[in-house]
Design a protein around this ligand. Structure first.
Ligand code: HMG
Ligand code: MG
Length: 300
């Protein structure tokens, strides 16, 4: 089996979208620069969403203009509709991500439309992206549970993932938005989804609210997934999922995956430094247990 794992670092977007304090654009760009220097090859840079809905992403064009010139690094951005896609394209994006949900209530709260309407909204995005040679990734939120509806049937999440793949998403990221999943529920999800979308086109996007995210990454690795989304220092949360904490910390899954013999191309020490740096900028302790352990062992 292929042991190369692709880490999609979502800290600058998923991590910072929920910040109460304003994070200066220069800090976001320095975070991105440091992540790239640590060897991260895919960094979700920002979101072309409405600034009224998510004010923290209002500087999306400035972030794009300030990205480091690194041809080997991919900087995808979120685009919820054609307006967002066009702005992303104008800003130089070469990859966008559309985001649907497996739960009707979450879809309404997050993007103000039903699941079916969201799929219709994405059709022109896929068409425009194809014409412009831009790759599209798909997200499905609430794949295990929804903050408003409770447990979500695996078949429901699988159906939305299959729709995104059929529209042309090269990869579908399965979002446990509120971090309620366990290896058992994640396995059930993966079995239902893999029956409709090839495993090689699936990514795991697990939030760590219940402390289960590392276990869920391991279960997904054993299932055959080789792409995982994570956030340095475990930054983040979703404005429309009250109480949900950040993504699994990138440091934690890099440690896990290297321990399993996987390659990520990431320098864990440099990543830990980056997590310590952004945590200091935000004035809070790192959410990564691996980072805290490794920093405590350093001399001085
Ligand atoms: P809406 O209000 O229904 O949109 O919002 P609308 O089309 O009726 O337009 C209303 C106004 O918004 C208009 O401006 C539009 O021009 C503007 P006005 O005339 O009032 O001045 N507008 C936009 N402005 C900037 N960029 C755009 C855009 N589109 C319309 N793209 C909309 C619908 C989708 C825009 C809104 O609900 C929205 O922006 N939602 C984004 C929510 C969000 O970013 N959530 C967090 C990301 S998802 C997530 O975190 C989950 C994930 O991590 C996976 C997981 O963990 O599960 C991905
Ligand atoms: Mg998320």
């Amino acid at each position: 089996m292929n042991d190369a794992v692709r880490i999609v670092e979502v800290g600058p977007r998923d991590g910072l979208q929920n910040e109460k304090q304003t994070v200066p654009t220069a800090v976001k760009l320095e975070l991105i620069r440091r992540l790239a220097a640590a060897g991260v090859k895919t960094i979700e840079a920002t979101a072309f969403v409405s600034p009224k809905w998510v004010p923290q992403m209002a500087d999306q064009a400035e972030v794009m203009a300030g990205l480091p010139d690194l041809p080997a690094v991919n900087f995808p951005v979120l685009a919820p509709n054609l307006k967002g896609f066009e702005a992303a394209l104008a800003a130089g994006a070469r990859e966008v991500a559309v985001f649907a949900a497996a739960s009707e209530s979450f879809s309404q709260k997050n993007i103000n439309c039903s699941i079916a309407e969201s799929i219709q909204r994405f059709v022109p995005v896929f068409d425009a992206a194809r014409a412009a040679g831009v790759r599209v990734r798909g997200y499905v939120s609430c794949v295990v549970a929804c903050p408003y509806e409770g447990a979500i049937a695996p078949a429901q999440a699988a159906a939305v993932a299959a729709e995104l793949q059929a529209l042309g998403a090269y990869e579908v990221s399965l979002g446990d938005t509120i971090g309620a999943g366990t290896p058992a529920t994640v396995n059930a999800l993966l079995e239902a989804t893999a029956a409709r979308v090839p495993v090689a086109q699936l990514a795991g996007h697990y939030h760590d609210t219940y402390g289960m995210a590392v276990a869920n990454v391991h279960a997904s690795w054993l299932f055959g997934l080789r792409v995982f989304d994570s956030s340095v220092a475990g930054l983040g949360g979703c404005p429309y999922a009250k109480g949900a904490t950040g993504n699994v910390a990138t440091e934690d899954i890099v440690y896990l995956l290297h321990g399993l013999g996987a390659t990520t191309g990431i320098d864990l020490d440099a990543l830990v430094d980056t997590g310590a740096w952004i945590s200091a900028q935000l004035g809070r302790p790192s959410g990564s247990r691996v980072a805290r352990a490794l920093l405590a062992r350093r001399p001085g």
